[in-house]
Design a protein around this ligand. Structure first.
Ligand code: NDP
Length: 308
């Protein structure tokens, strides 16, 4: 029986994940098909329940459902529990297990961004959704000592901070109101800036004005597109990366969870690049397009030298 793996989101018109996952299944001779389900929040519970059927290997969950799906799981892995966000589902019999492979995906992207430099200890995070939760947890477990989260709706950032509770008790994790002057003053003290908002995804808007950026920054934009933030940051002399590596590595980890096999990383990355070149838009929302000038692509280290 052909197995099914589902990407649930709203909307999910096209998918970079489908391109890389289907190619991975096919290359390893795994009889599975990666399908896209566009489900509104109202229809989510019923869709998730359907995944308990024998024909399903598992699923990915994307915007805007990563937090909403948590109480629908029968069990959560530690990372899904601590972040309060699920991006990957597996099935054990009729039971659904919630995982968060955005966390390891983010860590690979952060490591690549920082390269051979010493890992900074302070970060500014823009956004407080499911993606931001994976980012904050990745930063906490990487030993960051101060993380400031800015979000349009402050209460959501405060909820995120409260959620991490004792996991952040040893360090300074705080939510701050989205005011340009406060963001600017925090950025002046930090080297790591992560954009985990969806600003720039579908329009050429940027979450913060170019003047707030400086050349010592290392900027990771989770959006897999050539955003204005990335262009502005590169123009300011900052080191910049988009969401490609995170997308690749969260997908590779999910593939292994579903199949028990190592993911064919090179093939998956080639499929991402191919899909991006053909103008596909990711179901994760990452609009596609070539990296901006000065923006790191996969295989290119932070100093601009080709990496391993
Ligand atoms: P959510 O829907 O959970 O969160 C969206 C976030 O963006 C919230 O913080 C929201 O703020 C903010 N936001 C959206 N529109 C605006 C706006 N107009 N002005 C200010 N803030 C805004 O989405 P996710 O966390 O799942 O995803 C966020 C982004 O990260 C997406 O672009 C997604 O593609 C990307 N992502 C990429 C991954 C990768 O592998 N590369 C993995 C995970 C995410 P508010 O709460 O105030 O509404």
């Amino acid at each position: 029986m052909t197995k099914r793996v589902i990407l649930i989101g709203h909307p999910v018109a096209h998918s970079l994940s489908a391109a890389m996952q289907q190619a991975a299944f096919d290359s390893l001779g795994i009889d599975a098909v990666y399908e896209l389900w566009d489900r509104s929040p109202m229809a989510l519970a019923e869709a998730v329940d359907e995944l308990r059927g024998d024909d399903f290997l598992g699923a990915n969950v994307t915007i805007p459902h990563k937090e909403r799906v948590v109480p629908m799981m029968d069990r959560l892995t530690d990372e899904a529990h601590v972040t309060g966000a699920v991006n990957t589902l597996t099935r054990e019999g009729k039971r659904l297990i919630g995982h968060n492979t955005d966390v390891p995906g983010f860590k690979v992207a952060l490591d690549r961004l920082v390269g051979k430099q010493k890992m900074p200890r302070q970060a500014v995070v823009l956004g407080a959704g499911g993606g931001a939760r994976a980012v904050v947890y990745g930063l906490i477990t990487d030993g960051f000592q101060r993380i400031v989260v800015f979000n349009r709706h402050l209460h959501r950032a405060e909820g995120l901070v409260k959620h991490f509770g004792r996991h952040a008790a040893h360090m300074d994790l705080r939510a701050m109101p989205w005011h340009e002057s406060i963001i600017e003053s925090e950025l002046a003290k930090t080297r790591i800036l992560v954009n985990a908002t969806s600003i720039g995804l579908t329009t050429d808007e940027t979450p913060i004005p170019a003047e707030t950026l400086h050349g010592d920054l290392m900027v990771l934009d989770l959006i897999y597109a050539r955003t204005r933030l990335q262009r502005d940051a590169a123009a300011a002399g900052a080191t910049v990366a988009d969401g490609e590596l995170m997308l690749l590595h969260q997908g590779a980890a999910a593939f292994t969870l579903w199949t028990g096999q190592p993911a064919p990383l090179d093939l998956m990355q080639a499929k991402l690049v191919e899909a991006r070149a053909s103008g596909l838009r990711s179901a994760e929302g990452e609009a596609t397009g070539a990296p901006a000038d000065g923006v790191l692509a996969e295989g290119v280290a932070a100093d601009g030298v080709a990496a391993d």
